[in-house]
Design a protein. Structure first.
Length: 131
């Protein structure tokens, strides 16, 4: 696993960028461009820049290494306040929805609690549930 990604996964601000970089479409340039536009509009400039910087390394990561990398981010993500976590989950959900389908990796993130499909009752419950 690239040291850059491992180091980034351990810090709260860059851990978010790691997750966002892993969610960028690997197969469809148009979807990836749309996702980057969403990020630019919805997150602070520093997070957008970190995500762009980590995206190249994340794209090279094998499928088998993606979930272990996500697991490294969990302690850092647990440091978020509830409002920060809710905002993070919103952008994760938007990136997942960008292509109109859920792949296996995205499904695993759902099971881990990092995003919740758009359902008002589940979203409300998820906002109250810690990582």
């Amino acid at each position: 696993m690239p040291p850059t990604l491992v180091e980034a996964a351990r810090e709260p601000t860059s851990a978010r960028a790691v997750i966002l970089a892993l969610l960028l479409s690997r197969a469809d340039d148009a979807v990836r461009t749309r996702q980057m536009q969403m990020l630019q509009e919805q997150v602070e400039a520093m997070l957008y820049c970190q995500t762009r910087q980590l995206a190249a390394e994340a794209m090279k990561l094998s499928a088998e290494m993606r979930l272990p990398l996500v697991s490294l981010t969990i302690p850092a993500l647990k440091r978020f306040s509830p409002p920060q976590y809710v905002q993070f989950r919103k952008i994760v959900s938007a990136l997942v929805a960008a292509d109109g389908k859920v792949d296996l990796f995205e499904y695993c993130l759902q099971v881990m609690g990092l995003w919740v499909p758009r359902c008002p009752l589940r979203a409300e419950a998820a906002a109250r549930r810690p990582l």
